[in-house]
Design a protein around this ligand. Structure first.
Ligand SMILES: [Zn+2]
Length: 497
């Protein structure tokens, strides 16, 4: 009997690994421009039993009997299967929303424009009145999709209850995820402490870059602010790849010689601009798709994805499947942000982009970082409330007041369900943003202020990368000598004066 169970468990693990491999390969084919349409549904169809209730029940039974590292593996596997089970239960609605969004068009001054292109146009448009008109067109499409989104959320809440959990945050905690109430308390303190600095920086940047006062600004003006055209000249598209190679080389990492990272830099008509790292098979087949477009946000995305790629490429092949592929995604996000935030390091800017006078840019970068942290904190608080209420008709007012208070600008009421992060991925980003400065403190202690220009810095990272996501960020923080995850190091970076 026991042998049969073990066999089932190992074949389930193998199936889960194959499934993830196929999903990543499918995404690669689409983002790299080899294939027009993304068809994740077809991948799911090849694994009909993986996310069944039976698989989940079986793993939960094994988990109840397990201890130590096996228990940890089964926590991660259970969470993966539960997420898959929930996603499968709402997949028809998810697909319908996605296909209606993909096919929706609006009429813009006599021209037909795809709904999804409106986000790009909002960042490109310099005239506030025209941005407002674009946002109204976007909102009209969103309002038509909101009944479907509401139905999807109600269905998801019901599925969570079917699994005997009051809410999704409770399920996440039971499978080894973070404690929502403690994280919320930590973030509420951070919101209060950064409130004044954020509002001051935002007011100043809005006037300088977008030409609006805070009172005149709405959230549809923010993409234009974050695009930050005045800084594009420091971040040219044609230097981006060289800059990446040189950055890694200083840490003793030779990207061109890493045979397990497939660097796809070939131009293709349908290839998506920007950068994408895709772990098809960890650690021996990682795609890194790159098509630089220039600008500070493009450089950040390139380094962010490089952080993911290097993490996955350095995970020890001896790690079990769950530690290579599952576990705490805040870990891989921390390494991604560690590299991304090099673009806000004075010494790095001087060395790689010959930017000696970086004060104005660094101030702007600090605002963007504050904005993102506050926006994801708002998403997290809002998702917690949404799961507690479990009734979408009560959410629109809460959305407007919560986001308005934290972001200091008025959001669009029609966004109240699109902005609902029902899988709580914000939790990974928020914890990664806290852990990354803690990690950086250790790197500075051990490899010097300019750890990113020292082989020793690369060596410390290699040691950490090999574990995959066996340990969550709170455990890693303790291993590095802190009491656990805290916001002290982050606060010092956000409020340097
Ligand atoms: Zn990431």
């Amino acid at each position: 009997m026991l042998e049969a169970c073990l066999m089932n468990l190992s074949s389930l693990r193998e199936m889960a690994e194959d499934f993830l491999q196929d999903v990543q390969e499918e995404i690669y084919q689409q983002v790299a421009g080899h294939k027009r349409k993304l068809d994740i549904g077809a991948v799911h169809a090849r694994y009909p039993t993986l996310f069944s209730r039976d698989s989940l029940t079986f793993v939960l039974e094994q988990r109840a009997k397990a201890q130590g590292e096996e228990r940890r593996r089964l926590d991660y596997l259970s969470r993966f299967l539960a997420d898959g089970y929930l996603a499968r239960g709402v997949s028809q609605l998810t697909d319908e929303i996605a296909s209606r969004e993909a096919s929706a068009v609006v009429d813009w001054q006599g021209k037909t424009v795809p709904f999804r292109y409106l986000a790009v146009m909002l960042a490109q448009e310099s005239d506030p009145a025209r941005r407002k008109a674009l946002a109204l067109l976007r909102d009209k499409v969103l309002s038509q999709l909101n009944p479907l989104r509401a139905e999807r959320f109600v269905r998801r809440c019901a599925l969570v209850r079917e699994l005997s959990y009051d809410s999704y945050p409770a399920l996440m905690e039971d499978f080894g995820g973070p404690h929502s109430a403690s994280l919320r308390a930590l973030l509420e303190d951070l919101m209060a402490e950064t409130d004044v600095a954020f509002t001051e920086l935002l007011e100043e940047a809005l006037l300088d870059i977008v030409g609006l006062s805070l009172d005149q600004t709405q959230t549809h003006d923010i993409p234009r602010l974050i695009r930050a055209l005045p800084f594009d000249r420091y971040f040219p598209a044609d230097k981006a790849l060289n800059c990446l190679h040189n950055t890694l080389q200083q840490m003793g990492i030779h990207l061109a010689e890493q045979s397990n990272i497939i660097l796809d830099i070939a131009p293709r008509d349908r290839k998506k601009p920007g950068a994408f790292a895709l772990p098809v098979h960890i650690p021996d087949k990682i795609y890194f798709v790159v098509q630089p477009i220039g600008g500070q946000d493009d450089y950040q995305a390139l380094l962010h994805e490089a952080g993911h790629a290097e993490h996955w490429a350095h995970i020890s092949p001896a790690q079990p499947f769950e530690f290579k592929r599952l576990g705490d995604d805040a870990v891989t996000e921390s390494f991604a942000f560690l590299f991304e935030h090099l673009t806000t390091n004075r010494q790095w800017l001087r060395c790689h982009l010959a930017l000696d006078q970086s004060d104005v840019y660094l101030k702007f970068a600090r605002l963007v970082r504050l904005y993102k942290i506050r926006r994801y904190a708002a998403r997290f608080f809002y998702a917690l409330e949404a799961y507690a209420l479990a009734d979408p008709t009560l959410l629109a007012d809460r959305y407007l007041s919560l986001f308005g208070k934290i972001l200091a600008v008025q959001s669009s009421p029609e966004m109240y369900l699109k902005d609902l992060d029902d899988q709580l991925y914000a939790v990974c980003y928020l914890r990664a943003w806290m852990f990354e400065p803690q990690l950086k403190t250790r790197l500075r202690d051990q490899a010097g202020e300019h750890w990113f220009q020292a082989r020793e810095g690369g060596e410390i990272l290699r040691q950490l990368w090999q574990w995959g996501q066996r340990y969550g960020v709170a455990e890693l923080a303790r291993q590095l000598g802190d009491d656990g995850l805290d916001s002290q190091a982050l606060r010092t970076e956000l409020l340097p004066d």
